[in-house]
Ligand binder design. Structure first.
Ligand SMILES: Cc1cc2nc3c(=O)[nH]c(=O)nc-3n(C[C@H](O)[C@H](O)[C@H](O)COP(=O)(O)O)c2cc1C
Ligand SMILES: [Fe+2]
Ligand SMILES: [Fe+2]
Length: 393
């Protein structure tokens, strides 16, 4: 379906209402969209991004309905398949069309999709492409979230096309964000899962964007944003070095002992005025957990000992948390064992990326005793003191 954004600019992407898993990893509770945009200059016409290849027919139909006299350029902001994947079919259908992208992205699309070199025009940071009355300006923003990512800006319209950056996995019939809270939840989930590992680099990208007058953000997932400061301020907050007076406790318990420790810790933290959320990992989707890790000062992992190490589902969550690099400052471990094991050492070896101070764990034999609950109180007090030292409590 085609939606007019303003004179000369049309949305021609695809809504994927019932997709529920991305990259065979990330849950999509609200589906997603693959947005693509037509920019009609007086002399040249450009398409910004393509769509997931499965939906190429839909993109083609939209382009045909616009009755374009010609299609000259397709800007590839990012080489990942959900945005660049239709490029081979598109180039086949439009023999005069040239892909416009940076050198790094060119290498990747040639490797991933065997795009012929002569069909690619290479641009660099700050370069512009005149379409006749409208200018495409390219801004390199590596690592949001691949090394080749860039943004496209049209100064005459004050509109930014950031592809994945600042987007959300949210299928909605509305062209623009209407429900800010719903959008910010989806955008935070997207940030946590995809962008958070590159938090430090994003701080610089956000600074660079301050030089651009932006009235509309047109990402390649989710609705357009007519109030750019909503998402830009949220990104500034999420990527800042500040943590909040919050604790996340991802955990598993097979027979309830670890859970007793976790729930006692939750109460002890609540009594001390600390915001806390336990995530029983087998019941929580990993995106919700990722989102829960964005702001927290402290992460406590809870696991029984299983075959010497942590429960494999906890190991999976620990590896994921390590990969997405939340900015938490403190961590600890709680859990129960039956006879002997190396649960703490194994978990510690899995979270080396986290720049955390480890607070003494509470690992007990069997079901918790009074002495074990005292240790939980001690851990809660340690966390309280650390948050107080940081000035967040
Ligand atoms: C499949 C399985 C493997 C286990 N492997 C170990 C082990 O290697 N070392 C150990 O000390 N306890 C082991 N245990 C015992 C549990 O760690 C112990 O029962 C613990 O209290 C369970 O905690 P939970 O009630 O939180 O599930 C194992 C238990 C199960 C079910
Ligand atoms: Fe991507
Ligand atoms: Fe994407």
């Amino acid at each position: 379906m085609i939606q007019k954004i303003m004179d000369e600019i049309y949305s021609v992407g695809i809504l994927d209402w019932d997709r529920r898993l991305f990259d065979e990893l990330i849950p999509l509770p609200d589906g997603t969209s693959y947005n693509a945009y037509i920019i009609k200059g007086k002399e040249k016409i450009a398409l910004i991004d393509t769509v997931e290849p499965k939906f190429f027919e839909g993109l083609l139909k939209n382009l045909q309905q616009l009755n374009l006299a010609h299609l000259d350029y397709v800007v590839i902001n990012h080489a990942e398949g959900d945005h660049a994947g239709s490029l081979p079919q598109l180039l086949e259908n439009y023999p005069e069309l040239k892909a416009v992208t940076n050198q790094k992205c060119k290498e990747i699309i040639m490797a991933l999709m065997h795009i012929p070199e002569e069909r690619i025009r290479v641009i660099e940071d700050g370069d512009t492409l005149d379409l006749g009355g409208l200018t495409l300006q390219f801004l390199m923003t590596p690592w949001v979230h691949w090394p080749e990512t860039m943004l496209t800006y049209i100064p005459e319209k004050k509109i930014l096309f950031p592809c994945d950056f600042l987007g959300s996995h949210l299928a909605t019939s509305e062209l623009y964000v209407t429900d800010n809270a719903r959008f910010l939840t989806a955008a935070k989930r997207f940030y946590a899962e995809i962008m958070m590992p590159f938090r430090k680099l994003i701080q610089n990208h956000l600074k660079k964007l301050e030089d651009y007058e932006i009235e509309i953000i047109a990402p390649s997932h989710g609705p357009l944003q007519s109030n750019p400061s909503l998402i830009l301020d949220a990104y500034k907050d999420w990527t800042s070095d500040e943590v909040k007076n919050e604790v996340a406790i991802p955990y598993i318990s097979m027979y309830g002992s670890t859970e007793k420790l976790v729930l006692a810790l939750v109460d002890a933290l609540m009594e001390r005025g600390i915001t806390v959320k336990p995530y029983r990992i087998t019941r929580t989707d990993i995106g919700e957990l990722a989102m829960g890790l964005v702001d927290v000062a402290t992460i406590v992992i809870g696991s029984p000992t299983v075959l010497v190490g942590p429960h494999p589902v906890v190991a999976y969550a620990a590896i994921l948390a390590n990969a997405i690099r939340p900015k938490a400052k403190f961590a600890s471990i709680v859990g129960s064992y039956g006879w002997k094991g190396k649960m703490v050492e194994q978990i510690a070896s899995m979270i080396g990326n986290l720049k955390v101070e480890v607070l003494p764990p509470v690992v007990i034999k069997g079901k918790p005793t009074e002495a074990d609950y005292k240790e939980i109180e001690r851990l809660a007090e340690d966390i309280y003191n650390k948050h107080k030292e940081l000035g967040i409590l």
